[in-house]
Unconditional design. Structure first.
Length: 367
């Protein structure tokens, strides 16, 4: 698609971020366009920072500072239950790992997870749990939207955590390992969907016009509607196209609450710093991601040691890569399995909903 990206004055590579070609380039040729870009970042509740005597505009820069902040921002009631939580790890492990500056997956999909950097990352994350003890110390009333969680890591490409109604937030790159305190933070970028023109397309020029609309006017129309529905708490999806994005900003950003507007502008600065990408191989990752996440939660929950689980995960990753290279797994089979999994989850959710509806008449009779 280089010919279109270099020749179209309305959507041109020279106007897009420097890192734009990194995500859809193969053998020096660009095969896709996109707008949705994710990056894992730190989001914090400025009001809770103030109450704890911390500067609401200065987030922790290193992992040691982060642990110190999390302790100061965690409080318990007389029964030892959490009444305010400094930090709750709910995922986003890839961002934390890549904040070390070390890749854990090569371009061809080969995984290298059993490394000192990954081990140090999970030992660090386990320390965040040690601050409050265990999940059974966290009641259901502890919730970001209720304003009693101080810090979260989240994808800020389009984050509900940035558009709450009751408190101001800040956004910044994830705190880095202490040994990198004098180094610029590593900011992860990854894309969730992209659009391409298949080989042999009968009307590639027409296809280009459609793709260009999808990543400019198409997404702008969606953001238009959201800005009209929720003007004060409007947070648009991050857009790679500066022209479409600036047109939206000019039209709506001044209508948002001042603190939310500042968060959106700060997010723009974070995206300028993207300097490490999350490598993926769609076939391998369809098999690997679930295995990886399950293993990572086991480490955090103390079910297994970090050393043992990383060795086990590496062994599984090596087998998946070997099966991929030998042709034992392919995209068509994995796509079918994924469809079956989604259908099963949907059916189970519908069954639970029906079961709940069936319980309502009994509850009303008891009343």
């Amino acid at each position: 698609m280089d010919e279109y990206l270099n020749g179209d004055p309305d959507y041109n590579l020279k106007d897009l971020p420097d890192w734009y070609p990194d995500y859809t380039t193969y053998e020096d040729k660009i095969y896709g366009v996109y707008t949705d870009v994710s990056t894992e970042a730190l989001v914090w509740n400025k009001d809770l920072f103030k109450k704890a005597g911390l500067d609401p505009d200065t987030p922790p820069q290193t992992r040691s500072e982060f642990l110190d902040y999390a302790k100061k921002l965690t409080a318990f009631d007389s029964n030892g239950m959490v009444k305010q939580l400094g930090y709750k790890c709910g995922g986003g492990f890839e961002g934390w790992i890549l904040s070390t500056g070390k890749q854990y997956q090569e371009e061809d999909g080969k995984v290298d997870i059993n490394t000192p950097e990954v081990a140090d990352t999970f030992e660090f994350l386990k320390k965040t749990i040690d601050i409050y003890g265990s999940d059974d110390k966290i009641p259901d009333t502890i919730n970001w939207d209720k304003g009693n969680i101080a810090m979260v890591n989240t994808d800020i490409g389009y984050s509900n955590n940035m558009k709450n109604k009751n408190f101001a937030v800040g956004v910044a790159p994830l705190p880095r390992p202490d040994e990198l305190k004098d180094h610029e933070p590593y900011v992860t970028g990854f894309i969730n969907q992209w659009y391409g023109i298949p080989t042999g397309a009968k009307n590639p020029d027409g296809a280009w016009l459609l793709l260009k609309y999808c990543v400019t006017g198409g997404v702008s129309n969606v953001m238009d509607g959201e800005a009209i529905d929720n003007p004060e708490t409007w947070v648009p999806v991050f857009m790679t196209d500066p022209a479409a994005k600036n047109a939206l900003f000019d039209k709506y950003l001044d209508n948002t609450r001042p603190d939310i507007k500042q968060s959106v502008l700060d997010r723009e600065e974070i995206y300028k710093k993207i300097n490490i990408k999350r490598s993926t191989n769609s076939i391998i990752n369809a098999k690997w991601n679930g295995v990886m996440v399950d293993g990572m939660f086991k480490m955090l929950n103390g079910e297994v040691t970090v050393t043992d689980e990383l060795a086990a995960l590496q062994k599984q990753a090596d087998q998946i890569y070997e099966d991929y290279q030998s042709g034992k797994i392919n995209l068509k089979d994995e796509a079918k399995k994924e469809e079956e999994r989604i259908a099963k989850e949907k059916a189970e959710a519908e069954k639970k909903e029906k079961d709940k509806e069936g319980e309502k008449p009994e509850e009303e009779e008891k009343k």
